[in-house]
Design a protein. Structure first.
Length: 65
């Protein structure tokens, strides 16, 4: 079974550009454009006109010396 791509729209919030789906999922616009990578950054709460950012877990190997 093939996954259907979700339609997204570009929007700007507090000076930063994001991609937003109709369901309110917010994606990193820059990552999508530069690397073709779809990265969820949070959720848009339409009733409050507010972006709730998700906590991003850092990979342990980023701290190797």
């Amino acid at each position: 079974m093939e996954e259907e791509e979700e339609e997204v729209y570009r929007f700007t919030h507090e000076g930063k550009t994001y991609l937003k789906s109709k369901t309110g999922v917010v994606y990193d616009y820059d990552k999508q454009q530069k690397e073709g990578e779809t990265v969820v950054v949070g959720r848009w709460i339409e009733s409050d006109k507010k972006l709730i950012l998700e906590e991003v877990e850092e990979s342990e190997d980023e701290y190797d010396d």
